[in-house]
Design a protein around this ligand. Sequence first.
Ligand code: ADP
Ligand code: MG
Length: 687
Amino acid sequence: MNIQQLKGIGEKTAALLSRLSVYTVKDLVGLYPRAYDVYEKPVFVQEAVEEHASEIVSIEAVVARNVEQYSTPRMKVLSTVVRDEQGTSLKCTWFNMPFLRSSLKPGAHYVFRGQLAKKKGSFVLEQPQMYTMAAYAQLQGSMQPIYPLTKGLSNKTVAKAVKQALEKYDTCLEKEYIPVDIRSAYQLAEHNFAVQRIHFPQSQEDYLQSRKRLAFEEFFLFVLAVRNMKEKNTHRLNEYRILNDARTDKFISELEFELTDAQKKTWEEIKENMSGSALMSRLIQGDVGSGKTIIAVLALMNTAFAGYQGAMMVPTEVLAKQQYESICSMFEKHQIPLKVVLLMGSMTAAQKRAVYEQIRTHEADIVVGTHAVIQEKAVYDKLALVITDEQHRFGVNQRRALSMKGDNPHVLVMSATPIPRTLAIIVYGDLDISIIDTLPAERLPIKNCVVGTNYRENAYKFIAGQVKKGRQAYVICPMVEESENVDAENVVEYAEKLKAALPPQIRVEYLHGKMKANQKEEIMARFAARETDVLVSTTVIEVGVNVPNATVMMVENADRFGLAQLHQLRGRVGRGKYQSYCIFVSGSDTAKAKDRLGILNQTNDGFKIAEEDLKQRGPGDFFGVRQSGDLRFKIGDIFSDSKVLKEAADAAGAVLAKDELLSSEENVYLKTKVEEYTKECLENINL
Ligand code: ADP
Ligand code: MG
């Protein structure tokens, strides 16, 4: 049913919703809240500033002063001071809401609910909403949904539309498709109930129940879909028996370093796959800097020496150029007579044509590039190996597209997301896994520090000092989490402030997710070429880009990031011969936040961090950050919901053990859902 059939949704709102991929009433019901606003019991000012700095707080107080009004070039500001029962005062400000003035008479008694912020050293409650005691009592304890939004669309509009959809239309109702024995074994709520309550939970218990069911079903379908792919893979015969070549061994022995044990083991596994009877579908999981590229190069060499072609696909052009150049210089140095070519979307038509020709005639042995390397126009003579680097940027379906290229080539994917093995086996169910869990020995360990916001000025001085020495720095901006728009504005503003705080000769640029891909790449390329000194960015910062000259990674609001994600960010530095530094600025002074970030101080091992993170977090951590960054399920999070993930995998295994093809009467509808999931959802999950 079309979304416009809901009352209050006209063409304009429908157009806005379509930006969130919501076209039908069913889509709307499937737009789960990204967070909830919880109306906590009001606290005293004292407690608010000590324990909830930079959070949303509710404070019961009376207006203690005449309200002041003043204007800045951009807005009208109302400001007053309120006082709580303990006699502690707090300043409150409102922007562009002059009409509130009449409600703010001295002595007026309200619950003020707003964002607590620290401005010029003292606390301010920003944009607080005011509630009478009775009105607040009604709301207290409830969880109001906060939806993903787009510019021009208000949360209220979405919430109202969802409410209507849920109340009026039974077209959104879904038949239950999880077998009843599984539902009872794992205590899962019924699907329709869960959908209803995920939007409007009546209690936290309600929320947890609903969330568990919805996360479970999404993992369950995912695992079934992926097992299905694996099934298909293992039955594919290896048409390219690629044996190890003596020239590759010689190359290894002449490298300026010795392969680590983990690299050696991975290399053995790959050789065995490529020469074995079934096609290779393998994942190499290795922390940033663990040396995955060299393994890829070895596999490409064996392939080319055996008379076939190999392709390596990376997510960005900057990375493509980098990999291409590093392979070429390696081959030149070691006199490897193989022809490597670069293929990228931004090349001119004539350049591309020339490369296509080299690929077609097999003049090119190895092709490095962006996804152009697997597009239709690239017709290979004998493609036997496709590699993707920084795999989590590609979806599962793209992974499948890879293996469709040419004539069933071997597939090798490389990922720097350290996921504990127990989880990796589930989420990468269609692949065999190699893990590179040791870093090359002679790397200088990164120096880390976790600091409060009052250290910011020192941090800037430190960055200025490093730049003076010729180094570069990244600054990751506070995450607002409201929307990409807000994050973008935030980055621009932050970069301005930073520029003002640093000596004028330091060149600062910024990067955010709202920019066009080529714009982002240009900025990254300028940074890589040392044309800028400091790069301010959201977390979109390119995975895998190697700027060995960058030695500082400063992360604002580090307490809002997952450890695994912070570790990824840290991996951007410490890639060269210089001592590198990470400055994690924590906006929260709580012991819990300090402990959590402290883990990053104790170890540089991504796998340990991922496991530790897992231990510390539970399903109750539902207001926490999404851990997995790029591993986007709709609602489930493989880290914080790891228990549910494991249960769903067990359940899927049990169902398949009884009914391998899902062909029994009982599973008819489940089978349809798995097919639907494979078609509609799998490609949106980036692993
Ligand atoms: P990543 O796994 O993040 O892709 P890279 O493959 O880019 O890491 O390797 C990072 C750096 O480590 C490269 O400069 C590479 O030459 C170097 N390297 C790889 N293996 C070893 C090793 N066994 N000993 C020393 N240095 C190594
Ligand atoms: Mg790499």
